[in-house]
Design a protein around this ligand. Structure first.
Ligand code: ADP
Ligand code: MG
Length: 682
């Protein structure tokens, strides 16, 4: 019953007629529920301040006695200025109002008034915003401010909410079972909604927000987890066995011992491969943490048991690099690896496609274009994608489609703060490599201005003379790829001129795949000692002998991108350096530079980045597919998110949840969200 009331048209609200209802519709407020859930975006706090504490240009509220008859001067028919004197404590204050001569009626000599307005410290005047007769009963009144549109004013909105609450507050449905309220000492939803609109105190407002944030995050998690469960049930099917002995043999052939973190995530992944439902896992680990070998183990497990695996990466360079290193790793074993990129053409391509179809190819490596093509597999069991954060929503959807037939492992080096990982990828399991292979030295990072260029050149010289190699990332002009390329060409020419006894390579997006490969190979084999490049070199490239990274215009890059770039060095045993050249002006970009110099911990940087930019920007644009919350703010509320996630998971595994009455509201919620029927979320 009450649920239906909530879904009533806004016109049932006292004082909302047809035209106002239409205005509300323009604000996407169609039902009583929409209106009640339209929370203020900020509040005016009216706290009577002592004038001696008032700050110039601030909004303040004062209470005083009218000391002089108001004086009105008209400049034209509509323009006027009203002034009056007010005795506030020991001070005589002039209050001013423009074009509101009617306020005169509220300013009777000798009477008490309360005024809120902007304080001019120099003149000792207050420009009236709001004027009340007498003193307001609650001196710490908190007033809601709403985002409004069209003919709906903030005042009107307050009115509408007051009426809605009076009429319908009793109909607000509390979805949470009562024991949750006791457990977390939460107020009821009715109270919370009342308080969030018209707080009776700061403390109550805080509690209201706490309750509503919990609701929001809990319901979100419940939906995600239920979805995850329903999918597991749906994909339930016998998974054929993976030979663990062979996998162990393979691990023993590796030239190094796996780190504890690598062992842990490898186990998680292999366990998944055994489970009767499909894997949907995110593997995150900082640059250089050794994700490739983990992917190799998973792919090996699948291929050595007679199935097929696919590895997808963002660039052809990376595809080639991975093919090479996997071929080397799998040499002692008879596993067919094929590279399928857009530069593999004609007869060769036909042959490879045929081999894949027949099941001769154990592992296919390619760019992300692979998923868009209709490559036919014989028995695809595992799809691994590298640098998953670069994917758009569409690619992710396609991958999920693929996931219906195979296990899916996403890998990313953009450390996603735990908080975001569990919201954006809440329907995935997350494995984290939180440790670098031992023996790595911390990359020393410096922020310098352009005028230090001579010293930078001398430093490059010094590194080269000890046998090391250097990357130079060239200036970035966001709007034009052509100009970026030109910049790279210019810097390349200058450096080749300067470092005559060394070879300087040049890499940019306009080179053909073959040219890129040649440039990269030359650098890898130390035929060139300096590599001048646009940001195409960003992800995954592995040249352990390179120990120096110089980045021009560093302020133009986001923190995660800088961190990625820096991750190209420090991959071997040598002390490595990163030099950020930047004239960073804004406070935010200076913060970024400082942060880069301070830490090499990708997770720390990511958390910081999240604070600087907010979650929306974190994944870039609207690509993220991140949910937008009404109240919850993931930078501040992530502890609540973690708690809510656990609560949701616990609840869903309880038998009572599916039967008992206290949970019926939540079950209805899941049904309404389409989750229980196993439909997609996104
Ligand atoms: P990323 O996680 O950035 O993809 P890579 O997989 O490219 O990192 O690994 C970076 C380097 O570390 C590679 O040269 C790799 O061979 C090496 N490596 C990986 N795991 C270990 C380990 N356990 N011990 C030593 N070196 C390792
Ligand atoms: Mg990698």
């Amino acid at each position: 019953m009450t649920r239906q009331v909530m879904k009533s048209q806004t016109s049932v609200i006292q004082g909302v007629g047809e035209s106002l209802s239409e205005e509300l519709h323009q604000m996407k407020l169609d039902t009583v529920e929409d209106v009640l859930n339209y929370f203020p975006y900020r509040y005016n706090h009216y706290e009577i301040k002592d004038l001696s504490e008032a700050v110039h240009d601030e909004m303040i509220t004062i209470e005083g006695k009218v000391q002089s008859e108001p004086l009105i001067r008209f400049f034209s028919r509509k323009k006027s200025r009203l002034t009056a004197k007010l005795l506030v404590g020991r001070y005589l204050v002039t209050i001013v109002a423009f074009n509101r001569p009617f306020l005169k009626n509220q300013l009777k000599l000798g009477e008490q008034v309360t005024v809120t307005g902007k304080w001019d410290q120099h003149r000792g005047t207050l420009t009236i915003g709001e004027l009340h007769k007498g003193s307001i009963p609650d001196s710490s009144r908190i007033e809601p401010v709403y985002a409004v549109k069209g003919r709906v004013t903030v005042k009107k909105m307050r009115r509408i909410l007051q009426n809605s609450l009076e009429q319908f507050s009793k109909d607000i449905v509390d979805d949470l079972p009562p024991f949750f309220l006791t457990r977390y000492r939460l107020m009821t939803r009715q109270d919370a909604v009342q308080e969030i609109h018209f707080p009776t105190s700061r403390e109550r407002l805080k509690q209201a927000r706490r309750r509503l944030v919990y609701d929001e995050l809990f319901l979100f998690q419940l939906k995600l987890q239920a979805y995850k469960m329903s999918k597991r049930v749906a994909t339930n099917g016998g998974q054929a066995s993976i030979s663990i002995d062979q996998v162990k043999d393979f691990i023993n052939t590796l030239p190094f011992e796996l780190t504890e973190a690598q062992k842990k995530v490898t186990k998680e992944i292999l366990d998944d491969l055994h489970r009767p439902y499909h894997m949907n896992r995110l593997l995150q680990g900082d640059v250089g943490s050794g994700k490739t070998v983990v992917a190799a183990i998973a792919l090996f497990a699948v291929a050595s048991s007679g199935y097929q695996g696919a590895l997808m990466v963002p660039t052809e360079i990376l595809a080639e690099q991975h093919t090479e290193s996997l071929k080397a790793m799998f040499k002692p074993f008879s596993i067919e690896i094929d590279l399928l990129t857009s530069s593999v053409k004609g007869k060769r391509r036909q042959d490879i496609l045929e081999k894949i179809k027949m099941g001769q190819t154990g592992i296919v490596i390619g760019t992300h274009a692979l998923i868009q093509e209709k490559v036919e597999f014989n028995h695809l069991r595992l799809v691994v994608t590298d640098e998953q954060h670069r994917f758009g929503v569409e690619q992710r959807r396609l991958l999920k489609e693929k996931g219906k037939e195979a296990d899916v492992l996403f890998m990313t080096a953009t450390p996603i703060p735990r908080t975001l990982a569990i919201s954006a990828f809440g329907d995935m399991d997350v494995s984290t490599i939180d440790q670098l292979p031992s023996g790595r030295k911390k990359i020393k990072t410096y922020w310098v201005k352009t005028d230090m260029l001579p010293r930078i050149l001398a430093f490059i010289q010094k590194e080269l003379s000890t046998g090391r190699q250097a990357y130079i990332i060239t200036p970035l002009i966001e709007e034009s790829e052509q100009l970026d390329v030109q910049n790279a060409i210019d810097v390349h020419a200058q450096l080749q001129q300067y470092f005559k006894s060394y070879t300087v390579g040049l890499m940019h997006g306009k080179l053909t795949a073959q040219e890129k490969e040649d440039v990269m190979t030359a650098f890898k084999e130390n035929q060139s000692q300096i590599l001048v490049s646009t940001t195409v070199v960003e992800v995954g490239v592995n040249v352990p002998n390179a120990s120096l990274m110089v980045i021009y215009d560093a302020e133009r890059f986001g923190l995660s991108q800088l961190h990625q770039l820096r991750g190209r060095v420090g991959r071997g045993e040598y002390q490595s350096y990163c030099i950020l050249i930047s004239e960073a002006k804004s406070q935010e970009s200076q913060e970024r530079m400082r942060m880069m110099c301070e830490t090499t911990d990708g997770f720390e940087l990511a958390e910081f980045d999240l604070k600087l930019r907010g979650p929306g920007d974190f994944f870039g644009k609207k690509q993220s597919g991140l949910p937008e919350f009404r109240l919850a703010d993931l930078t501040h509320d992530y502890r609540t998110l973690a708690v809510a996630r656990q609560d949701a998971a616990d609840l869903l595994t309880k038998k009572e949840f599916w039967k008992e009455d206290v949970f019926s509201n939540l079950r209805v919620y899941l049904k309404d969200s389409g989750v229980l029927e196993g439909e997609r979320l996104d």
